[in-house]
Design a protein around this ligand. Sequence first.
Ligand code: ADP
Ligand code: MG
Length: 300
Amino acid sequence: MTGTLVDAGPAPGEPPPPDDAPRDVVGRVMPVFPEPPPLTSHGPARIIAMCNQKGGVGKTTTTINLGACLAEHGRRVLLVDFDPQGAASVGIGVNPHDLDVTIYNVLMERGVRVEDALIESGIDGLDVLPANIDLSAAEVQLVGEVARESVLSRALRPVVDDYDVILIDCQPSLGLLTVNALTAAHGVLIPLECEFFALRGVALLVETIEKVRDRLNPALEIDGILPTMYDSRTLHSREVVARVHEAFGDTLLHSVIGRTVKFPDATVAAEPITAYAPGHPGASAYRQLARELVARGHAA
Ligand SMILES: Nc1ncnc2c1ncn2[C@@H]1O[C@H](COP(=O)(O)OP(=O)(O)O)[C@@H](O)[C@H]1O
Ligand SMILES: [Mg+2]
């Protein structure tokens, strides 16, 4: 289901698209992303790491809202909070700071199973593997482990068949935890804030992804670059996205997330925007992202 649908330029011999065809923000014809068909069975999950070593670019917001949108389509979704700040846990209504068992214990303690740490969110089909500040110790402790880069991959293995999609919310660094996420993942989604210096770190991120692909996880793909905090009124936002398109071609997704205060508001309410403001354009944007990823073959 990849390729043709997404890069839908006219096939040889076909007429070019009409001038009034809907276009994305860089002027590509906007494909129609159909409603994902219902699933008749579940699993094994495709694992997607939400990754950018810059903080505040929308990784956690994307993890929560993409997860909620996929769950709306009956997908079983696991959010893996892989940031010691615990923002993905909090954002979905779980207070991770009082928990005795989190992903940290699953990673570091023999005998603690991943099932022991899973929590159902208030949203149908959406579970969370929570994290709290304990996870910050793992970065150091993992250094001495055998196969230290694949600890997360092994930890998730028992539940991979129970979900259709597993989303890993990475911390803002390219350290060992992030390398673990990239080793566990099938694909990487890169949220990119539409801001001038946003592109600076991307080359280093792509280099890291390529290293992990070469050495640890040959099947790892970049699923897409997702512009976030896009403001259509500014030339600046449009220029940033145009630069991304120049540099990365169709790795740039068609879906774009606009800048709106509804996202921080939803964070305070500890809900995805699809629950907090279901009719808001921000909710539609994440629903479209979910449909685009399914259409590209990156999610069930
Ligand atoms: N599209 C958006 N428009 C406005 N604010 C946003 C948007 N996406 C995220 N935010 C806000 O920006 C801050 C950082 O987002 P977050 O998802 O936590 O980034 P990261 O996980 O990359 O650090 C949060 O307060 C969040 O609510
Ligand atoms: Mg975050």
